[in-house]
Design a protein around this ligand. Structure first.
Ligand code: ATP
Length: 306
């Protein structure tokens, strides 16, 4: 039996290795999958980012020609400012972030960065200029140090540590027995959604891209974690052209402009204050969300009292 159990163990080990390998490859393909139809134009030049001004001009887009998603969207993010996109689920908010990366080409209109149409520049230079803090960060099966350094592979240990501090995840990492050498990912320590998001923020701090996209997590985080993450996000987005894709409304209050998307068009736009005063769709979403979080709070307190 001994003789048999060793090879079986070994097979189990190999099987897990292969499965994990496949998961990583699948995740890579998920990312790459989006790009095959988009090609660099012959003679495409690198994007030259001067101030990081982003412009959507009458953008029309559909994944499937029979189902238009964006029906003529125009907005600008002046250099260093923050614009937030809100709207009902399925309105096309995340689609806008995919279009800035040029994962798809638009059917009409133009997207420009510092005056250059993104179809005229190399995809490599375009993607190097944009950092994204995604909803759900993919962690590599490696140390937490490696995962943060991925934002800029030549960063020193000290720079990695500083980025983690700024992203509000430093104390957590230092509390782990193996510290920055802790293995994370599928085979290592499983990080919570909020911790993963802070790893993504630390990566972005290291990458220091001129343009930043924050794809806010759909899942609710507890108030304390949310405040910590908000502080980290405020720090990375300061003085950097930022687009916030807001699935909830908590991150948009300070935005220079909020764009409310509905049925493929911009239904309303303004600051938090002006939109509340207008008592339209945004005000309605805001009140509904506040009501929901109050109800959640009441439920939590009732459970604590039990
Ligand atoms: P949520 O707040 O729920 O995340 P969203 O506003 O970000 O929604 P998008 O992810 O931009 O919405 O999706 C907009 C619409 O486009 C949805 O109806 C969705 O089904 C559709 N869609 C998204 N991705 C694809 C795709 N790859 N192929 C076809 N349709 C897609």
């Amino acid at each position: 039996l001994m003789q048999l159990s060793i090879p079986l163990n070994f097979i189990g080990f190999v099987y897990r290795e292969i499965r994990q390998g496949l998961t990583d490859i699948e995740q890579m393909f998920d990312l790459l999958d989006e790009t095959p139809e988009v090609q660099d134009r012959p003679g495409a030049k690198p994007l030259r980012v001067r101030s990081g001004h982003v412009q959507f001009e009458n953008v029309v887009f559909a994944y499937d020609p029979d189902r238009p998603i964006l029906k003529g969207i125009s907005f600008e993010i002046p250099a260093g400012k923050t614009v937030a996109i809100v709207g009902p689920s399925g309105a096309g908010k995340s689609t806008i972030s995919r279009l800035i990366f040029r994962f798809y080409d638009i059917q009409e209109g133009a997207i420009r960065i510092d005056g250059q149409d993104i179809r005229d520049v190399t995809q490599e230079s375009l993607r190097a200029a944009i950092g994204i803090v995604p909803q759900d960060t993919v962690l590599f099966n490696d140390t937490i140090r490696y995962n943060i350094r991925y934002g800029r592979p030549d960063a020193t240990d000290e720079e990695v540590r500083r980025a983690a501090e700024l992203a509000q995840i430093g104390p957590f990492i230092e509390s782990l027995p193996a510290g920055y050498d802790t293995l994370v990912g599928e085979r290592g320590l499983k990080l919570s959604g909020g911790e993963k998001q802070r790893v993504a923020i630390a990566r972005t701090i290291l990458k220091a891209p001129p343009i930043l996209i924050l794809d806010e997590a759909t899942s609710a985080l507890d108030t304390h974690t949310e405040q910590e993450i908000q502080a980290a996000l405020d720090l990375v987005s300061r003085d950097r052209t930022t687009l916030v894709i807001a699935h909830r409304l908590s991150t948009v209050i300070g935005a220079d402009e909020i764009i409310v998307l509905r049925d493929g068009r911009i239904a309303e736009r303004g600051t938090h204050r002006t939109l509340l005063a207008a008592r339209g769709l945004y005000a309605e979403m805001w009140n509904r969300q506040r009501e929901a979080s109050r109800a959640e709070e009441r439920l939590r307190r009732a459970q604590e009292e039990d």
